[in-house]
Design a protein around this ligand. Structure first.
Ligand code: ATP
Length: 714
């Protein structure tokens, strides 16, 4: 890789676009003081991404922009473009020519361009580090800066050496790994904190889930018990209902029949046919009495008529033989003791007929007629009486039989009523049992509803099961009690929204597992990073030690060359220094810690002098020593280019020649751009640029020949 050119526009004193081409190994820039030569060295720093304003002698970006003069207005931006020949692909870009450009605007904004495309500063830094153009700028030695390598502390010196040895890329990687490690550690602590935060909640949820699982078990048991209980209950209710209906059907029919027969009996009894006969009997008896009374009247009249008849026949002396009268009297007496009225009548008649036979003829015809009339009527009455007695007897018989019938009907009614109350009792016992069954059925229905609500449809699968065998109700009651106990247990569990808890538990477990994985990953990353850091540190150590050894050799050689003898060497030292620890959060300790660091010490011996320590060197000796070291560094790990701004200022003629020799040897490996007032140095350059500045404050560049250069430099 070679530098092709650099172009400045509006950068510091270079108001106008100015281009320097680097066609040779050594390019010298000459010019009077203050003409703008150092600005060219700084334009290199600028375009390579320098961030320190101080190292470009400015305070802000604006200080780098042409500030204007009477003849030329100030610029809005400063730009520097550096062009490399990349035919060897030292820069890992597939271009033969690579241009880097940086522009700073007055508002301080910077643009970085790679082959005309905007890129990040970081991209530029990475690209350049591949070509050993590190950020410490060891390849650009500003005016008066050569001494820095001597005056720096051993730690800073070490950094310069690391940069010169091209270890920045490793350092950069290691720093990045360390940053990542820190960040990973932070992440890990955050994740651990999150996990710690999560832990009590997770514990709580887990205990809830355990309870839920126990509840689920209880619920399963409850479902089982419900199914059995409801199955049996359903079976019991259905069968008992059927049995009761069967049990009721017979008595109900019987009761209906009995009720009917009672009704019939009632109607029958209400009619009372003997009452009619009784009235008839009374009437007939009255008629009989009337007939009897009439007969007695007739008989009395007949007696009287017969008496008169007798009187007429026998009167006054007519008599009835005593024997007849005595006989008549005795018969009447005997009849009066036990005979009937009819016998009495017949006796009287017979007696009277005997009397009539005795009666005289003719004179008693009227009486006889009357007597016949009476006798006829008497006969009629007798007949009537006989009929009446017959009717009475008949009626009495009929009444008797009717009364018998009623009594039978009553008996039947009583029997029916007894049967009815028996049936009613039986039925009401059935009904009572039905009532109980109804209550049981209602309880069953509410149990079904409750089972459904508590356990879902699983608990209602009872219809699918069949019950084998009948059993005592007590067993079912035991089951019901067990169900009640289970329900209470479940209620005591008191878990409301189980699904919510389960979901939250699942999410929390997942989150915790995620965090655990994350921790694991982070721990893995930390291990890898530690490993990488270890490896990088080891590589750095090795390369550094090896590099320092090589530099040491070159340093000693250059030193000997410059001083015509003596010796110089670098040594790696371990420095113990106090490190003020940052107090930990919440901690009170801010104790000082001792930190061990590696640094690099320089020791020199100058011929014929007893020099102990760099501080004893003269200004020129210091300059020679630092040049020897810078050159040694550049020799071991040659940068693509080296810019030396008046590094040769303090050299006498003899040393200037030696310096010139060293430059030529360096130029074999690195392109050199030398800002110088030194004639010897100028003589070694292939191309010479003269920088001048007129009254307008604008730096101008011109290509000059050696003789011209000598003139320009003054
Ligand atoms: P010497 O030989 O004395 O070291 P030099 O040639 O290196 O001098 P520089 O230091 O490069 O000179 O240039 C300094 C000049 O640049 C000064 O005159 C300064 O005014 C001018 N300069 C610096 N910044 C700007 C700017 N932003 N605008 C205009 N001029 C500037």
């Amino acid at each position: 890789m070679r530098l092709t050119s650099i172009e400045l526009s509006g950068f510091k004193s270079f108001a106008k676009k100015t281009e320097l081409e680097f066609g040779t190994a050594i390019t010298a820039v000459v010019g009077p003081n203050g003409s703008g030569k150092s600005n060219i060295a700084e334009s290199f720093r600028f375009v390579l991404g320098e961030q320190s304003m101080k190292s470009m002698r400015g305070k802000r970006g604006e200080d780098l922009i042409w500030n204007g003069s009477a003849s030329s207005p100030r610029a809005g931006k400063a730009g520097v473009k550096l062009v490399f020949d990349n035919a060897d692909r030292a820069l890992s870009l597939d271009f033969d020519e690579v241009s880097l450009e940086r522009v700073v605007h007055r508002d301080g904004v910077n643009d970085y361009l790679l082959n005309g495309s905007i890129v990040r500063l970081r991209d530029i830094a990475e690209l350049l580090s591949q070509a050993n153009i590190g950020s410490s700028g060891h390849h650009i030695i500003s005016q008066g800066e050569a001494d820095r390598v001597l005056s720096a502390g051993s730690r800073e010196r070490r950094e310069m050496l690391e940069d010169a040895l091209g270890l920045t890329a490793y350092l950069y990687k290691r720093e990045e790994a360390q940053r990542k490690l820190e960040k990973t550690g932070e992440n890990m602590r955050e994740v651990e904190a999150l996990r710690r935060e999560l832990a009590p909640h997770l514990k709580f949820l887990s205990s809830q889930v355990k309870k839920i699982e126990e509840s689920e078990k209880l619920r399963d048991e409850l479902v089982e018990r419900y199914v059995e209980y409801l199955t049996r209950e359903h079976h019991y209710i259905t069968h008992t209902r059927e049995a009761l209906m069967r049990e009721r059907a017979g008595p109900e029919q019987e009761l209906a029949d009995v009720e009917h027969s009672i009704k019939v009996s009632h109607t029958a009894l209400e009619k009372k046919p003997h009452d009619v006969h009784t009235q008839e009997l009374i009437d007939v008896e009255k008629e009989g009495q009337r007939l009897s009374t009439r007969r007695r009247e007739i008989e009395r009249e007949l007696g009287r008529v017969e008496g008169r008849l007798l009187a007429e026949v026998h009167a006054p002396g007519a008599s009835v033989p005593l024997g007849d009268a005595k006989d008549f009297g005795q018969r009447v007496l005997s009849l009066a003791q036990g005979g009937s009225l009819a016998d009495l009548v017949a006796l009287a008649k017979e007696f009277l007929q005997k009397l009539a036979l005795l009666a005289p003829k003719g004179s008693g015809d009227d009486l006889a007629a009357r007597k016949r009339e009476l006798e006829h009527e008497l006969e009629q009455l007798s007949k009537g009486e006989t009929r009446a007695s017959e009717t009475i007897a008949k009626l009495r018989r009929s009444i008797e039989s009717s009364k018998d019938e009623s009594r039978a009907a009553e008996r039947k009614l009583f029997e029916a009523m007894a049967q009815r109350s028996g049936l009613q009792a039986a039925l009401s016992s059935t009904r009572a049992r039905e009532e109980v069954l109804n209550r049981e059925e209602a309880a069953f229905k509410s149990a079904v509803a409750e089972a459904g609500a508590l356990c879902g449809p699983k608990a209602l699968a009872y219809k699918e099961f069949r019950v084998s065998g009948e059993e005592v109700r007590d067993a079912q009651e035991d089951r019901r009690k067990k169900i009640e106990r289970l329900k209470i247990k479940l209620e005591d569990g008191g878990l409301g929204e189980a699904t919510d808890v389960l979901r939250e538990h699942k999410e929390t477990v997942e989150r915790d597992a995620f965090l655990a994985r994350e921790l694991n990953d982070l721990a893995g990353s930390i291990e890898k990073l530690n490993h990488l850091i270890g490896e990088l540190t080891e590589t750095l150590e090795k390369k550094f030690t090896g590099g320092v050894e090589k530099i040491n050799k070159e340093f000693d050689a250059f030193f000997k060359l410059m001083f015509g003898g003596g010796s110089a060497s670098l040594s790696i030292v371990k420095e113990r220094r106090l490190k003020r620890s940052v107090p930990e959060e919440g901690g009170e300790s801010d104790e000082d810690e001792i930190e061990e660091e590696e640094g690099v010490e320089i020791s020199v011996t100058i011929p014929h002098k007893r020099v102990k320590g760099l501080h004893m060197l003269s200004g020129g000796e210091r300059a020679l020593t630092s040049i020897a070291l810078i050159f040694a560094m550049s020799q071991v790990n040659p940068p693509p280019f080296l810019i030396l701004d008046e590094t040769d200022a303090a050299l006498d003629e003899a040393n200037s020649r030696r310096y010139g020799d060293m430059i030529e040897s360096l130029a074999k490996k690195s392109q050199l751009i030398l800002i110088t007032h030194n004639r010897e140095t100028m003589s070694r350059a292939g191309v010479l640029y003269g920088v001048t500045m007129g009254n307008d404050g604008v730096s101008k560049l011109l290509s000059v020949k050696f003789e011209e250069a000598l003139a320009v430099a003054k």
